[in-house]
Design a protein around this ligand. Structure first.
Ligand SMILES: *[C@@H]1O[C@H](CO)[C@@H](O)[C@H](O)[C@H]1NC(C)=O
Ligand SMILES: *[C@@H]1O[C@H](CO)[C@@H](O)[C@H](O)[C@H]1NC(C)=O
Length: 307
């Protein structure tokens, strides 16, 4: 009797693990652009998110010394961000993934890759300072983040990202845990910087794609047809990546694209979670989400997968 029960329990466990399909049914958000959103550790402890992006490493490439902008949270140049070592560890020990996002708004920072060699140098810098390597001057101390996100929004910002990705993947062969490469294209397909297409990041192979359905014509604006059409194109084209629906977390978070929770739950999620590579929902950003109590209202529905 007991033995039979354990076999059954094992079968159920395997079934549950298979049904989860990687990150399917997850919530992701960007932390770092408003000091009033609370510490990273507190945000992870809220339980609202599975994946947090640190936003942003907004200076890199072209031989520059890379630099992080975490708004008022901390100042890396005076060593003030070392506090994040314990915050990141606390998130990771609660099963959250913490990913460094590169790029951000085209109006701030200074980033872009100037050659294949430049891309390899940036990859090595990321590995040494934020991933599995080591550096005596890491802005965040001895963190071992779970991945790198590409939010490349500057004009003419597409080149050499495949070299960055290939170098990171080869450095991470002996990481001892998964290294996730993620990207945040705009919803018009393909994204002008990230692709997919020859020589683009998305064609080089990205694990998770956070498609930004805001500030664009394919975002929600009273109707969802154009959103669902774009979603289907993204999920079919990037069949080996998990795809997230990226939304503003409040009406104030973007110029357009906000979806009220009821419409998201009743109209949109049941259409998009049919994709076998549905990942979940990405929210821009943690601060706006807290103001609007958005993730708490949608979380249970985001987790529900189509049968
Ligand atoms: C960060 O620290 C550096 C070095 O101490 C200082 O020059 C700079 O003004 C600080 N930046 C901010 C935004 O406080
Ligand atoms: C946020 O939403 C959750 C889920 O609907 C609800 O239980 C909670 O009371 C809300 N919190 C606030 C501050 O409105």
């Amino acid at each position: 009797m007991e033995a039979r029960f354990s076999t059954w329990a094992l079968v159920m466990l395997l079934f549950a693990a298979g049904a989860k399909r990687g990150f399917a049914g997850s919530l992701a958000s960007y932390w770092g652009q408003n000091e009033n959103e609370g510490s990273l550790a507190d945000v992870c402890a809220s339980g609202n998110y599975d994946i947090l992006m640190l936003a942003f490493l907004n200076v890199f490439g072209n031989g520059q010394t890379p630099s992080l902008n975490l708004a008022g949270h901390c100042n890396t140049s005076s060593g003030g961000c070392q506090v994040l070592v314990s915050d990141v560890q606390s998130c990771q020990s609660n099963g959250k993934r913490v990913i460094l996002s590169l790029g951000g708004s085209p109006d701030s920072g200074n980033y872009g890759l100037s050659s294949s060699q430049d891309a390899q140098n940036v990859a090595q810098y990321l590995w040494d300072n934020f991933l599995g390597g080591s550096s005596s001057s890491s802005p965040l101390g001895a963190v071992q983040l779970d991945g790198i996100d590409l939010d490349i929004e500057k004009k003419d910002g597409s080149q050499y990202y495949p070299d960055l990705i290939t170098t990171l993947r080869s450095l991470a062969k002996n990481y001892g845990k998964s290294l996730y490469i993620t990207a945040a294209p705009q919803c018009p397909f393909p994204d002008k910087n990230l692709g997919p297409g020859d020589g683009t990041a998305l064609s080089a192979g990205v694990d998770i794609v956070f498609v930004q359905f805001y500030n664009n014509a394919c975002g929600y604006q009273g109707t969802s047809d154009q959103l669902v059409a774009a979603w289907n194109q993204w999920t079919r084209s990037l069949s080996s990546s998990q795809v997230f629906l990226g939304l503003p977390a409040s009406p104030n978070a973007a110029d357009s694209g906000y979806v009220d929770p009821t419409t998201l739950i009743n109209d949109i999620l049941p259409q998009i979670n049919k994709a076998s590579n549905y990942g979940g929902v990405m929210l821009w950003n943690v601060f706006q989400d807290e103001q609007n109590n958005y993730s708490a209202q949608i979380k249970a529905s985001v987790e529900m997968l189509a049968s």
